[in-house]
Design a protein around this ligand. Structure first.
Ligand code: FPP
Length: 289
């Protein structure tokens, strides 16, 4: 299933920014992530800490999904990617998996109004054919209904794995080679990107992980290369406006260099220490080892 595109009757644009949203953005000095991606972790712990069944945490997590999606759109994010179900999550007990799938369908039905009101276009990435037919149908319908919206893109990663995404891209490329439409020497970072699940969406600027773990868990492995990483101890059901704003403030305070040096990093002439740097190293000669 690929994201649909094209105009739709009743399509909407992004919401007009509220004075509060404008003031918040201004307080960040204009440094704002176009694309935020979130690893929504800690639903189970959140419920268990309260003596409740784990799936109650997933249900409360859908409230955070609604709140963060709405705020991101209102603040002018271009894309929000949510890690809703990994390929590894299929290993969970059947009851938890089926509850998550049913919550997904419930969310899509209930939140269509929110998506339309905020001009949000829904896209799903992952091995979507793994999902039960009813969940695929709900996704298809919501993607079709929101296809013409011109505001933020909400991407749900479902049955998603970063390694699987790269493997799927390589397989698709190889099939093109076998059919004579591509040559092996055309493989490079730009051409391979075209075979990822949603090549039209730029890489995430900020990846947030809730519930304290310091790992990527197979999320957006290709796209994460220069994302800023932010981890909070809060579990996903507790991740609401104040926590999201704290993450955005932390992002605004980072210095992103993409492997280069900042423009103001020129060293004044005459600094000491150069002579020692290569002391003892053999003279360089072309072709030498
Ligand atoms: C991780 O928490 C969370 C998930 C595996 C699922 C996330 C799903 C939702 C937030 C709700 C449904 C999503 C949508 C988009 C409607 P965990 O269960 O691994 O938490 P734990 O580490 O505390 O066990």
């Amino acid at each position: 299933m690929s994201p649909s595109s094209g105009g739709q009757a009743g399509a909407t644009g992004p919401p007009a920014p509220t004075p509060e949203a404008l003031a918040f953005r201004e307080s960040l000095g204009g440094v704002f992530p176009d694309h935020v991606a979130i690893i929504m972790d800690g639903n189970g712990r959140w419920a268990q800490e309260r003596g409740w069944v784990r799936v109650r945490g997933h249900k409360e997590g859908t409230e955070s999904v609604r709140e963060i999606t709405t705020i991101a759109a209102e603040l002018g994010c271009k894309s929000l990617t949510l890690y809703a179900f990994s390929r590894e999550n299929w290993k969970r007990p059947d009851f938890e998996v089926s509850t998550l799938m049913r919550l997904l369908r419930l969310y899509l039905r209930r939140e269509l109004r929110t998506l339309m009101d905020n001009g949000i276009r829904l896209v799903a990435i992952g091995r979507l054919s793994d999902l039960p037919e009813y969940a695929q149908r709900a996704l298809r319908e919501t993607m079709e209904k929101t296809a013409g919206n011109t505001g933020m893109v909400l991407r749900l990663a479902l049955s998603y794995g970063g390694r699987t995404e790269v493997a799927d891209a390589l397989r698709a490329f190889s099939e093109e080679v076998a059919a004579g439409r591509r040559r092996p020497d055309e493989v490079n970072e730009e051409t391979l990107r075209d075979y990822l699940y949603d090549p039209g969406t730029a890489d995430p600027d900020l990846i947030i992980r809730t519930a304290g773990e310091m790992r990527l868990s197979n999320f957006l492995l290709w796209q994460a290369s220069y994302a800023e990483f932010y981890v909070t101890e809060d579990c996903w059901p507790d991740f609401r406006r104040p926590q999201f704003e704290a993450a955005l403030r932390a992002f605004a305070a980072r210095k992103r260099k993409f492997g280069a040096l900042p423009a103001d990093a020129d060293e004044p002439a005459g600094l000491e220490g150069l002579d020692d740097v290569l002391e003892g190293a053999p003279e360089h000669s072309e072709g030498g080892s």
